[in-house]
Design a protein around this ligand. Structure first.
Ligand code: UD1
Ligand code: UDP
Length: 364
């Protein structure tokens, strides 16, 4: 069975790693070709994950780079179509909800190549989020839908997806976390970032709804300004956010906060080490909501919704939105010891890739 794996952006690399590892155990059954669309291209957003997670170098790099949604999606489609025609795989495997996911799915289904979508069925029910459009459309046309939580199965059924296409297998992002946790924790890096175990907050921000509007980002900076007087904040800043901070002239405001340290995006192992040692994680990331649940670290999600409700109902996640006062009071509540212990969601046991591979073997 020849599989074309698609990756493009940071979270994709983390999701593909355990799947490729698992298939590599059966070289007589799977021929794997890795396609990198080039959506993310900085070393800190791409190469570092191949190194940290031992992912094979991409066989094909489409090199599309950044652009508007239409531009980026169209460039991936144009570059991917000839690759697909030449490679003639039995299956295209896409992960997550980024523009590369949808673009390659559309190309494949129109050439009648089956598509497997990993992390299907998640819904924020917020169509202003570009990822929500990517999720809904990918799931409508994909042939095999692998889900991480039971809510996702319900969402898909409600949208009319046939039950036999849906496979609840668990979470490959957690496969990667469990596999690399020990190695990450062995790194001695806290001091390097001026952080003490349990004595800092880790922050990530990159959602357009938080960082693309100056008034919203300004409010979040106000909240961070208050929190850093009580707890130092370490902020590995996403390139989108760095660009916006510069555009809006907020650099001096950030620099004036003595308790907030901005650093470049971190590698997987370093970031995992810091997440596990943090008193609190503030984020608008999808994957980080899941990882903090498994690590048992309190997570405050600076969004009005989540497509990963199990992290709230069973995990350590709280949805706090982007209102400055709400963010500050939620952070202070954690410092006052008011946080949830959380438990491990069903099938987030490190064996999702194994389940995916056995379904694929039966299904094609
Ligand atoms: C994308 C995904 C988002 C995901 C995130 C993970 C879409 C619609 N969005 O958002 O779902 O959560 O990746 O991090 O697919 N840039 C660089 N260097 C890079 C990559 C990007 O400087 O290596 C800058 C460029 O200015 C670019 C901007 O970041 O315009 C945004 O990049 P893009 O891939 O369009 O979206 P993300 O915000 O990264
Ligand atoms: N991550 C990382 N370094 C960082 C920030 C995040 O390795 O500086 C990892 C994080 O642990 C998770 C993934 O990147 O595995 C999440 O990616 P991101 O937040 O960019 O995307 P999302 O999950 O929101 O789509």
């Amino acid at each position: 069975m020849k599989i074309l794996h698609i990756v493009g952006a940071r979270p994709n690399f983390i999701k593909i790693a355990p799947i490729m590892d698992e298939m590599a155990r059966y070289p007589d059954r799977f021929e794997q070709v890795l396609v990198h669309t080039g959506q993310h291209y900085d070393d800190a957003m791409s190469r570092v994950f191949f190194d940290d997670l031992d992912i094979p170098r991409p066989d094909i790099d489409l090199g599309v780079g950044s652009g508007s949604h239409a531009e980026q999606t169209a460039k991936v489609m144009l570059a991917f179509e000839p690759v697909l025609l030449e490679q003639k795989p039995d299956l295209v495997l896409v992960v997550g909800d980024v523009n590369s996911t949808l673009a390659c799915t559309l190309v494949a289904v129109k050439l009648c190549v089956p598509v497997a979508h990993i992390e299907a069925g998640l819904r924020s029910f917020d169509r202003v989020m570009p990822e929500e459009i990517n999720r809904v459309l990918t799931d409508q046309v994909a042939d095999m839908l692998f889900t991480t939580e039971r809510d996702a199965n319900e969402n898909l059924r409600r949208e009319g997806v046939a039950a036999e296409k849906i496979h609840f297998v668990g979470n490959v992002m957690i496969d990667t976390l469990l596999r690399h946790k020990e190695r990450a924790l062995a790194l001695d890096i806290l001091g390097q970032y001026g952080a003490a175990s349990g004595g800092f907050a880790l922050l990530t921000l990159h959602r357009p709804s938080n960082v693309d509007a100056p008034e919203v980002l300004s409010g979040i900076l106000d909240a961070l300004g208050e929190i850093q007087t009580r707890l130092p904040i370490l902020f590995p800043a996403h390139p989108r956010t760095v660009k916006r901070v510069q555009e809006f002239g907020f650099e001096a405001r950030l620099a004036a906060l003595p308790g907030l340290r901005v650093v470049a995006p971190l590698g997987y192992l370093e970031f995992l080490n810091l997440m596990a040692s943090a008193r609190l994680v503030l984020t608008d990331s999808g994957g980080i909501q899941e990882e903090t649940t498994i690590l048992g670290v309190p997570c405050l999600t600076l969004r009005e919704n989540t497509e990963r409700p199990v992290t709230v109902t069973e995990g350590t996640n709280r949805i706090v939105g982007n209102d400055p006062q709400r963010i500050v009071s939620a952070a202070l509540a954690v410092l006052d010891g008011k946080s949830k212990a959380g438990c491990t969601p069903e099938l987030w046991d490190g064996r999702a890739a194994e389940r995916i591979v056995s379904v694929l073997e039966e299904g094609i």
